[in-house]
Write a protein that binds this ligand. Sequence first.
Ligand code: ADQ
Length: 464
Amino acid sequence: MSRLIVVSNRVSVTKGRGAAGAQGGLAVAMNGALRKHGGIWFGWSGNEVARFTGQLTMQRADGFTTATIDLEPHDVDEYYNGYANRTLWPLFHYRIDLAEYETEFGRGYERVNEQFANSLVPLVEEEDLVWVQDYHFLPLGERLRAHGLKNRLGLFLHIPWPPTRLLVSLPYHERLVRAMLHYDVIGFQSTEWLESFLHYCRKELQADVDEDSGTVQLDGHVAVARAFPIGIDYKEFMAFRGTQTAQRAYERLAGSARNRSVVIGVDRLDYSKGLPERIDAMERLFTTHEDMVNRLLYVQIAPPSREDVRSYQEIRATLEQKTGQFNGAHSDVDLVPIRYVNRGFGRAELFGFYRAARIGLVTPMRDGMNLVAKEYVAAQDPEDPGVLILSRFAGAAEQMSDALLVNSHSAEDVARALWTALHMPVEERRARWEKLNAVVRDHDVIGWAEDFIALLAAPPFHHM
Ligand code: ADQ
């Protein structure tokens, strides 16, 4: 079996299955795959140094090695806060109004990708499989090839791929995608993002594209693009069932809701998640059905993220203002309809909160996959499950058609779904949940990693 080299912006080692803490499913999947194959997890340490040296910090983990490098402050500004989070993230979530096209960001991004390639190349052995994660490293494959690496190189994109008409607003978009085609395997979360990618390659690069196999041929390279929908670590998550922490969290939320039905949202505080729009939907519901004020409690858990970026400071201020206004208008002395909690929780606690909620409200404006939708389903009581309301614009909607799928831009549509969910008979809730749960259970993150690695390790693709 070939060794595996994983590259991602950050490296996070777990202490074995079930101990992932707040690190999430991806860390668990990467740790699992690395333990099985042996190899190296390479990334940024998260630390800054005055002068970049490329010096590697190597640490032995359980069955594999981690290797990290430090970056200069201006690299972090331009590559991470800049190009990754102020250019690519908004653009790839269809927010060209928020995307910033600064030449220095692009230069910083290319420079850091080159630094990564430089530090990584000496570590790679002949038969190693190299698996790169996410939008921070779209050109890394090409950089590694420029250093003479002949290994199989794979890329998985965790976020959406934008439609061609939006992507062309990015200066040097062609250069970026041409560089990507140096990977052998390119994975997307859903067939929608995959189709947008293939469309771009055909229309803008005049590449030879075979839609059925996902093969893209350009300038003598052959890349294969496929959809690999990511999942949660189902076993790890289900191990929280019945734990004291989960039970206590369940009781805290269910008890404090008194007789109201809990609607839960759990998201990083990000403008792609549609949080202000959820308050608009609540407003719509409360206006059209006045009795709802006494029947619903909406709990939104939203820890701040990327606080160095202005658009994130703005979304936070907007949300705080809207929540305040809403609660001011609809509260009573003993009743506040929205609880907005600005911090993270442990995964066992989340399990308990999800289980206490009659409705899981997952309405991003755009999302690569969305794992909260899957966690909400997994945590339900099979006898008396809650209802998942899911945005049709999340990658997860392709697999989870038994949720109440909504247009997250329409307050009316989301309000209607809230009403329907609240009145849904238990038989229908069970029938929908069983199908959803089968998807979440049978397509977990361990299988996702295995599928990707299997294609990456497959014999080289033939030129068409
Ligand atoms: P994210 O945008 O971070 O991930 P998501 O898929 O929902 O979105 O994953 C969030 C994870 O963080 C979940 O496991 C969730 O439980 C956890 N989390 C969120 N809020 C939390 C809180 N308050 N406390 C504790 N934990 C919290 C990106 C893409 C997604 C894609 C994933 C994985 O944007 O579309 O699904 O990567 O590929």
